[in-house]
Design a protein around this ligand. Structure first.
Ligand SMILES: C[S@@+](CC[C@H](N)C(=O)[O-])C[C@H]1O[C@@H](n2cnc3c(N)ncnc32)[C@H](O)[C@@H]1O
Length: 205
């Protein structure tokens, strides 16, 4: 078993990040609309496991976005993000060890959380160290119990993935201090049960 960040560094070198961007774009569109719906004031944003940084660049185009940064543990993904956008804010770090200088309003993450042995630990770390009170996180994943065709991915890719049901992902958000939890499936189509999306808000106190 290899570490996911080593595999994705190779993907960046081989140009596979571009296919990933294309494959994830419809689900991410729904996730970002969900994250920013009803927002009328400026906000700051972090993409956790940003890959080549395409969502950071997408978010920067939102006139209300005051700051967007991306964090990823794959060195060549971050190198690529900086090559595409030299002025952008892209950081190479392990998500569980990294803490931003300033807390943000929104955290987004697509196809990342199941690479962690204990995803609840990451959810708790983001709650405690990344998000402002009242901040919101949205997570999307295609590897989950109800998506049976995804179950072979750890063997196919040769890396650890934590397989949980939709109900368990929702309970991880509530057990780790999130409120107003919502879950839905994005980009459902023929034979694909959709990206499982879970979001939650921190208490504003
Ligand atoms: C399937 S890719 C998704 C990338 C991006 N979110 C996208 O939609 O294109 C998963 C990403 O999570 C990153 N990742 C996995 N484990 C990580 C860790 N422990 N710390 C930081 N990044 C990690 C990988 O390097 C990879 O770029």
């Amino acid at each position: 078993m290899r570490h996911a960040t080593d595999i994705f560094s190779e993907w960046a070198l081989g140009g596979k990040d571009e296919g990933m961007e294309k494959n994830h774009s419809l689900s991410v569109r729904e996730m970002l609309l969900h994250l920013t719906k009803n927002v009328k004031t400026s906000f700051s944003f972090i993409d956790a496991g940003c890959g080549n940084g395409w969502v950071v660049r997408k978010m920067q185009k939102n006139p209300l976005c005051s700051m967007a940064k991306g964090v990823d543990g794959a060195e060549d993904m971050i190198r690529k993000a900086k090559a595409i956008d030299p002025d952008g804010d892209y950081i190479c770090a392990d998500l569980l060890k990294w803490i931003p200088n300033e807390k943000v309003d929104f955290v987004h993450s697509m196809e990342v959380f199941y690479y962690f042995e204990n995803p609840g630990e990451l959810i708790n770390h983001i709650k405690s160290n990344w998000l402002k009170p009242g901040g919101k996180m949205v997570m999307g994943i295609d590897f989950y119990e109800e998506h049976e065709r995804s179950h072979s991915w750890p063997t196919d890719l040769g890396t650890h993935m934590t397989l949980l049901s939709e109900a368990k992902w929702v309970s991880l958000f509530s057990q780790n201090g999130f409120y107003q939890i919502e879950n839905f499936r994005a980009n459902v189509h023929d034979g694909f049960p959709g990206t499982l999306v879970v979001s939650g808000v921190l208490n504003s106190l």
